[in-house]
Design a protein around this ligand. Sequence first.
Ligand code: PMP
Length: 346
Amino acid sequence: MIPLRESFRDIPLYSPPKRPCRVDLSDNTNLFGVPPAAERVLRESRPESLSRYPRGYAPDLRNVLASRLGVGAACVTTGCGSDDVLDSALRAFLEPGEVLAFQDPTFVMMPLFAKVNGLKTAPVPLRADFDVDPEALLATGAKVIYLCSPNNPTGTPLSRAAVEHVVEKAPGIVIIDEAYVEFSSAPDFMDLARTRQNVLVTRTFSKAYGLAGMRVGWGVGSLALIAEVEKARGPYKLTTLAESMAVAVLREDPMWVEVQVVEARRNREHLRAELMSMGLSPLPSEGNFLMVPMPDALGVAQRMRERDVNVRAFQGLTGVGDALRIGSGPWPMLEAALAALRESLR
Ligand code: PMP
């Protein structure tokens, strides 16, 4: 018998069902393809460079991001996906046994990261309008509060007033996860990361930027806050190739990103109209996906998978119940999903 860690026994392995599928709308990635600059970097990359470590802490990417935001490079951190930035931030600011508060429902990895880091969790239900309840979050007394806007899996944004209230009164750090912010017409919260000592805003190249497979995420905060996250993260979380691609896409492909974002949003609204005409009630979304409450979502998703379409099913979500989350992308993919859904609803 190997000596296992007691608190790990009930931690599930994060593994949403995935098998090759003709149409995969399950993970909110960019379904339009890969940005041309990333393909160029791949073509031109020199294999010799791969035998050496990358430069520590991804300095080129930090510099490019920082100069775009008008902050110092020391106010930016990067990681192996924004997953890694979030996980590092929990380690940086919470001792094992301390509490992470978060809106519920939200990104499913957060409670998992909390458990792996030996933390207690305080889920706080979103209000009926899907905004956060600042007083309820603050009443947890948690040293770190996690917010997500637009929120995964609901797609709903948080209001400025509620987020500012939390930031103003929080006893510790407030993390604002903006993984889907490029798709949103609601204002973002990056200014809070620039001006408040206690705010970390995280973003990713996995969604609008089309680089989920390269694993690049980043975060912005005050000098003192980012210094701690950098300690927790370790030096080599970005590969040489990932850093080069992210920098190239930022420099060369802003229009490519913008065009895909516009299309994903337009198709999301077209999908919404079609779903409503089927009698369904998708939640208002500012992400590149729609949350569609329905009974027996697991069964419906299973039948859609049999028709070669993969969407994500949720069961018993706080304030939502059972629901399907359907990613937005090229219209033919969404048409295929609609056809499979029509056949799968019983
Ligand atoms: N935050 C949210 C809200 C997400 O939905 C995801 C991915 N599903 C992430 C963070 C992590 O993305 P990545 O690690 O690919 O940057």
